[in-house]
Ligand binder design. Sequence first.
Ligand code: C5P
Length: 210
Amino acid sequence: MKFTVAIDGPAAAGKGTIARLVAAEFGFAHLDTGLLYRAVGRKALTLGRGVIEPEQAVKIAIELSEDDINRDDLRTARVAQAASKVAVLPKVRAALLQFQQDFARREGGAILDGRDIGTVICPAADVKLFVTASDRVRADRRFAELLPKSPDLTLERVRQDLMQRDLRDASRDIAPMKPANDALMLDTTNMTIDAAVQAAIDAIKGAKKE
Ligand code: C5P
């Protein structure tokens, strides 16, 4: 059985949480595609001693390993910024394309979350969701998530990081963040996690019946 669910949307809108819980519900494999860009961005920063060198970033993307993706230091604001900088490079995106498309076609079903899954990676996905939330709510959520590991972080810093990344992600020439024409829009601003997950589950069940 092959079944692909694409979840896109801006940072901290709830995509990852929804994707993880929906994957568990249906027994789908889940790929957080942001981690691929974060892994490339982190390594490019480290090797370039704080400066991202585009050719090096492309080489890193081509040679990316599981160890690079499974690191536990990828979810910082600094790495997120680096991720969105390498994500504008067409050759970096091209190097990561096949891995994501193979993942999407695996037996048993797959759910991928990111920015361009429904538009570029899996335009024929069985279900596409575009998850949003207000800027305020997204900043609050991400702040609460990052604070335990970064006690010096401020809400304003988190808000700026999200706004900068959203702008870069939505305005880049290649694979910009935008809803697919046939995506179901899910605004989670005033929704509980349970309600958002249920809406996604209902959409998938509906598509499976067709
Ligand atoms: O989803 P996450 O916040 O971890 O993504 C980090 C960055 O990776 C995003 O800001 C975006 O620039 C990039 N990204 C992307 N395409 C994806 C997933 C993430 O460009 N499919």
